[in-house]
Design a protein around this ligand. Structure first.
Ligand code: ADP
Ligand code: TRP
Length: 330
């Protein structure tokens, strides 16, 4: 089974990215051959500063490694190191109906937020389809927000196969050059809230970063928004952002004690936040040490990426040979 996913280097990774995505990648690496890439070509739709893009791209690889993706098991690489993906993206765009892209929620949302769309943003799902199809991926673990992109990927693959593969049977997916992938939607991961209680997201400036300095992490956690219930009074855990975050880090036994403290009163939000700081450090302490080491070891990171690119390119070239043949490019 081939598992593939990508993360855009569009900002510093945070607690939401870990529980919503990267933790699954780490767990899945024992289930099949995993390919995980940094979607730097996709990030060009939002990051327009060369130094920043380079820095954020490195941050993502280092984050993958520090959190436990093993480069001996999984292939870690940079999207743009496999130029074939851009070629496939063009070829796929010639069989992609405009309407399919016009219906994309992510595109419509951005336009609704007043972003003046360029062709890159419009064509974003086609490049994503190329990412997935070029490695003959079986399973793509992604957050709910990416579900429609996976459906578009399947639609594009069907279109291509129907156009170029006479023996293709859309009901079974057999007989095509492009394999139809399945999404693995991480439904059960609740949306991780940010320090203001909304969904934690780079775009809302409400994140708790995984690798910020200790002091800053502490400051972020201590500034989580809470209501004004006094220390002595009982508190409703289900309405509290601090509790929602504690849930992610505490063992069931620890959580039972914390819950009891909420319901009985006598413990203030400041104390719950301090517990959260401690549990955050327990969970990520080891990864944070590894991250600090990796930041000093640029050669090793380059070497991981070079090896990953080589492996990924080999798989991509095989598929592209077939694509070029059936389309008449070769
Ligand atoms: P952001 O919203 O910070 O820009 P991305 O869209 O780059 O994050 O998300 C990368 C991955 O992390 C996706 O798989 C997404 O589903 C997951 N993710 C991001 N934020 C959260 C969150 N608050 N809770 C759960 N998962 C999240
Ligand atoms: N669009 C994804 C996101 O924003 C990133 C991505 C690009 C991706 N290409 C992919 C994810 C291919 C899975 C497979 O999170």
């Amino acid at each position: 089974m081939r598992i593939l996913s990508g993360v855009q280097p569009s900002g510093k990774l945070h607690v939401g990215n870990y529980f919503g995505a990267i933790r699954q990648f780490v767990d899945l690496q024992h289930k099949g051959s995993g390919l995980y890439f940094i979607a730097d070509l996709h990030a060009l739709t939002t990051v327009r500063d060369a130094a920043k893009l380079r820095e954020l791209t490195r941050d993502v690889v280092i984050t993958f490694l520090a959190l436990g993706l093993d480069p001996e098991r999984a292939t870690l690489f940079k999207q743009s190191d496999v130029p074939e993906v851009s070629e496939l993206s063009w070829i796929l765009s010639t069989v992609t109906p405009m309407g399919l892209l016009e219906r994309a929620h992510s595109f419509k949302d951005k336009v609704a937020h007043g972003i003046s769309p360029d062709h890159g943003l419009f064509a974003y799902p086609v490049l994503m389809a190329a990412d997935i199809l070029i490695y003959r991926s079986d399973v793509v673990p992604v957050g709910k927000d990416q579900k429609q992109h996976l459906e578009i990927t399947r639609d594009i693959a069907v279109k291509f196969n129907q156009t170029y593969c006479p023996g293709f049977d859309p009901s079974t997916g057999k007989g095509g050059v492009l394999k139809l992938p399945d999404a693995m939607i991480m439904e059960d991961t609740a949306i991780v809230p940010g320090i203001d209680g909304q969904k934690m997201s780079k775009s809302y400036n409400n994140t708790i970063e995984l690798f910020a300095p200790d002091k800053e992490t502490q400051k972020r956690i201590m500034s989580i928004k809470t209501d004004s219930t006094p220390v002595e009074a009982p508190k409703d855990p289900e309405k509290c952002t601090v509790y929602a975050l504690l849930k992610l880090f505490a063992t069931p036994e620890e959580l039972a004690i914390i819950r009891d403290q909420y319901l009985r009163g006598g413990v203030g939000y400041g104390d719950f936040k301090k517990q959260l700081v401690q549990l955050f450090m327990r969970q990520f302490g080891e990864a944070r040490r590894r991250q600090a080491e990796l930041m000093k070891n640029a050669d090793y990171v380059d070497e991981v990426l070079a090896r990953g690119a080589e492996r990924a390119r080999k798989i991509a070239s095989e598929l592209m040979d077939e694509v070029r043949k059936v389309t008449g490019l070769r």
